[in-house]
Design a protein around this ligand. Structure first.
Ligand SMILES: [Zn+2]
Length: 208
C-alpha cells in the first residue's frame, strides 16, 4: 500500500477493483497525503486548529465531554474515544472545578501515605531508578519515568525499596491501582520480584 501509483496505474487499479475497495484505497492515499502535509506545515496546522477551536469552542467542549463520559462508562478500547476523553480531561483540569478536584485528589493521596506511614527518601528513589536501569519496567520507554507502587497505596501498601518499580507515565496510568498480578503477566511478575529482591548493589545512578 505504500507504493505510489501513476495516473495510469490508478486507472488500472480501479478497473480491477470493486467500488468499495477503490474508495478505501483512495481514502488511505488522502490520509497519507494529509499526514505528509501536516508534518511539513506544523505551525500552520497548529494555527488552523487553534482558530477552529476558538470558533467552535462550545461544540467541541460538548463533544469531548460526551466522549469522556462514554469512556468512563464503558471502559472503551477505541483510540479515538480515549484521545477525545484525554482532551476533555485536560481542559477540565484547567477550570476551577478541575483544579479543586485535583487538589482534593492529592490531599487524599497524602492522607493515604500518612496512614500507611510512607516515607521514601530521595536516596531510595535513586536506588529504584538505578535498580531498573532508568527504563520503564513495562514497556522499556525512557521518557516521563515515575516511581510506581508495585502493590498499590490505595490498598494499604506503602512505598518501600521492595515495593517500588519504575514505570513511564503512560504505563503508570494504565496500571493505576491494580494489583501486580492483575497487570503483569506471570513471567513479568517473576522478573519484577527477582529485580526488587536483588542482593547486589545497583550500579551508580545517572541521569541520561
Ligand atoms: Zn512504559
Amino acid at each position: 500500500m505504500e507504493r505510489k501509483h501513476s495516473l495510469k496505474g490508478w486507472r488500472l487499479i480501479k478497473e480491477n477493483m470493486t467500488e468499495k475497495q477503490y474508495e478505501k484505497l483512495k481514502k488511505e492515499k488522502r490520509k497519507r497525503q494529509n499526514k505528509k502535509w501536516n508534518n511539513k506545515n506544523r505551525a500552520k496546522r497548529k494555527r488552523y486548529n487553534h482558530s477552529y477551536y476558538i470558533k467552535n469552542k462550545r461544540k467541541i467542549k460538548k463533544q469531548t465531554s460526551d466522549y469522556a463520559k462514554r469512556a468512563r462508562k464503558n471502559k472503551t478500547k477505541s483510540k479515538k474515544i480515549k484521545a477525545m476523553a484525554r482532551l476533555a480531561n485536560k481542559r477540565v483540569r484547567k477550570t476551577k472545578r478541575g483544579k479543586e478536584q485535583s487538589r482534593k485528589n492529592s490531599r487524599k493521596r497524602r492522607a493515604q501515605k500518612l496512614k500507611v506511614k510512607e516515607y521514601y527518601t530521595i536516596d531510595d528513589e535513586k536506588y529504584t531508578y538505578s535498580l531498573f536501569k532508568n527504563i520503564c519496567f513495562n514497556c522499556k520507554g525512557r521518557h516521563n519515568l515515575q516511581i510506581d507502587h508495585i502493590y498499590p497505596l490505595s490498598k494499604g501498601f506503602a512505598l518501600s525499596r521492595k515495593n517500588a518499580c519504575v514505570l513511564c507515565e503512560k504505563c503508570n496510568i494504565s496500571k493505576s491501582n491494580k494489583m501486580p498480578e492483575e497487570f503483569y503477566t506471570s513471567e513479568k511478575l517473576k522478573l519484577l520480584k527477582k529485580i526488587v529482591n536483588m542482593k547486589r548493589k545497583p550500579h551508580k545512578y545517572k541521569i541520561d
